[in-house]
Design a binder for this molecule. Structure first.
Ligand SMILES: [Fe+2]
Length: 269
């Protein structure tokens, strides 16, 4: 009998070791390791597009706004853009679309943003992922928010260490399963400063909230000055948006004055 108990304990230990190794591997596998080289691939691609496979799933990545700095220069040429020293991006935003629903690990147990994604955010200002979902454990993290339309702001003041915002549309959430009626707008710090100058607001404090573009048709600027995340992928398609509050401002955009549901929010280190 004692021999049987000892064997049982032995097998239980082997089993738990196997499970922990599998979980660790799974955790590592779901990190978007290809993102470490993606910036270089996108910048050297003649089309600004890179395709590959991740965990057996095809993905396509592209730069959302190639030549963003020049585009901002052209749009605000009457407001001395070359003299504005606020943060700017040569190319703005990276969108990665998966062909099938894909489980992704964006941050670790200490809420630290994955290094490869952090590199992409640093180089391109914002990263958008489509057809992705989080682990069941991470689905429960964070809070849900929505802001008034066109109120540009940062989520984290400069004294916080967790400066990365992560917005999540969770395909398993009964509300977020469906496309949202309102989007998220993102502009570089420099574009925000220049727009404020254009509106006669002077050189704004980027840590405060500012109503910008309210007198314009913002959709005319989606091709040039403003990044637009519409949260409008098909029913059941999960979406994630990442950016650094030190380099960009963001706002909600209520098309047709409809606010839509609150989006999931995490602040990462
Ligand atoms: Fe916000």
């Amino acid at each position: 009998m004692r021999l049987f108990e000892n064997k049982l304990i032995y097998f239980k230990k082997i089993y738990s070791l196997f499970v922990s190794v599998f979980q660790e591997q799974n955790h590592v596998q779901n990190r978007l390791v290809f993102a470490a080289n993606l910036g270089h691939q996108l910048l050297t691609s003649p089309t600004g597009i890179s395709r590959g496979r991740f965990g057996g799933v095809d993905y396509e990545a592209r730069i959302v706004k190639r030549g963003y700095r020049k585009s901002v220069d052209d749009h605000f040429k009457a407001f001395a853009p070359s003299e504005c020293k606020a943060v700017e991006f040569d190319d703005f935003g990276v969108l990665i679309v998966f062909s099938k629903p894909t489980n992704v690990t964006i941050y670790d147990d200490n809420w630290v943003l994955d290094a490869a994604l952090k590199g992409l955010v640093k180089a391109f200002g914002a990263v958008f992922l489509e057809n992705v979902y989080l682990s069941d454990k991470q689905r429960e993290d964070g809070q849900k928010n929505i802001f008034p339309s066109l109120a540009f702001h940062v989520d984290r003041g400069k004294f916080f260490d967790n400066q990365y915002s992560m917005f999540v549309r969770d395909p398993k959430d009964p509300e977020q399963h469906f496309p949202r009626k309102s989007g998220t707008l993102i502009v570089s710090n420099r574009a925000a400063v220049l727009q404020a100058r254009k509106e006669g607001k002077g050189d704004i404090d980027l840590g405060a909230r500012h109503d910008l573009f309210t007198g314009e048709n913002v959709e005319d600027l989606f091709d040039s000055v403003i990044l637009h995340q519409p949260w409008a992928a098909d029913e059941g398609v999960g979406e994630i948006c990442l950016f650094d509050n030190r380099t960009v401002l963001h706002a909600s955009y209520y098309k047709d004055k409809q606010g839509g549901y609150k989006i999931g929010v995490r602040y990462l280190f």
